[in-house]
Design a protein around this ligand. Structure first.
Ligand SMILES: C[S@@+](CC[C@H](N)C(=O)[O-])C[C@H]1O[C@@H](n2cnc3c(N)ncnc32)[C@H](O)[C@@H]1O
Length: 277
């Protein structure tokens, strides 16, 4: 069963029952859409466009530049403050064996890691998953960023769900060095996940600009939840996490504030067991 709420997550989350979700995945936007009043930061230039490198409010992609005079801290100090109360809610909503996965890009991950350490405790940080992809142009002036980071926190250290047997296996890089049985079975993935982006021409594409691939999210669902668990994504976008959860028979709650996201999810989940609120 998929339940979709069209709401600001900060208003909706407090209405959900504490400790009622076994797995929460979120992929928050970078830009909160709020005006930062500091004069130096208002010189940020964000140009909307498909080729954008940043995810803005409502899923829009932006190419963003900042004047050299701006201080490093100023660029980011508003974002953790915006995200913090939502992460506090995520912790409240997790069941005792539950896990939170936060999907971030390389610009914000370090700030959010520090914030999550504060909210969950460093002892509850389990993994930094690197999702590496290989698509698009390459720079000749620096190493092209081609990865996202997914931070994993558990509610109680050592009690998290990790169904290793449910993980899809990957091919050995040097199959000649291991037995044919091992080659046939494949090996367990590590914290570095190679997976292509959603193909711009493939069946999976919904048209939502920040859509994440089902393959990455299905691995999270299978390994980190049990069939009876309830799952939650409160920055749902096109509903990729909900789709992954539903494909594996999990009940999932999705929240998004954008009408465009709700429209995409209505189309995506047509014919499934879904309720829009
Ligand atoms: C990066 S996108 C998520 C993309 C999603 N993972 C997917 O695969 O399609 C972030 C989403 O958060 C939503 N969002 C931003 N602020 C929100 C808020 N305060 N409450 C609920 N949703 C919000 C945006 O509308 C956007 O759809």
């Amino acid at each position: 069963m998929i339940t979709v709420h069209h709401a600001d997550n900060l208003a909706l989350l407090p209405t959900l029952r504490a400790a009622s979700f076994g797995l929460i995945y979120i992929d928050p936007p970078f830009n909160t859409g709020r005006t930062v009043r500091r004069s130096r930061v208002t010189s940020r230039k964000a140009v909307e466009g498909e080729a954008g490198t940043r995810t803005g409010f409502g899923g829009t992609r932006y190419v963003s530049t900042l004047r050299k005079s701006e201080s490093y801290a100023d660029q980011f100090d508003d974002y953790p403050a915006w995200l913090a109360p939502r992460l506090v809610e995520a912790r409240r909503l997790l069941s005792v064996r539950g896990s939170l996965f936060v999907h971030l890009d390389y610009r914000e991950v370090h700030y959010v890691k520090v914030l999550l350490d504060t909210i969950f405790g460093r002892e509850n940080f389990v993994n930094e998953i690197i999702w590496a992809y290989d698509y698009g142009a390459r720079s000749s002036t620096r190493w092209s960023p081609k990865h996202d980071t997914i931070l994993w926190y558990s509610k109680s250290p050592g009690r998290h769900i990790f169904n290793a047997d449910a993980a899809d296996r990957i091919p050995y890089m040097a199959p000649g060095l291991v037995t044919p049985e091992k080659v046939a079975r494949g090996k367990m993935p590590t914290d570095t996940w190679w997976h292509t982006i959603v193909s711009p021409t493939g069946k999976e594409k919904t048209g939502y600009p920040t859509q994440k691939p089902l393959g990455v999210l299905e691995r999270l669902v299978k390994v980190h939840s049990r069939p009876k668990d309830r799952l939650l994504d409160f920055f749902a976008g096109s509903g990729s996490f909900g789709d992954a959860a539903d494909r594996h028979g999990r009940d999932v709650t999705l929240v998004d504030a954008s009408a465009a996201a709700i429209r995409v999810m209505k189309k995506r989940f047509a014919g499934r067991d879904v309720s829009f609120r």
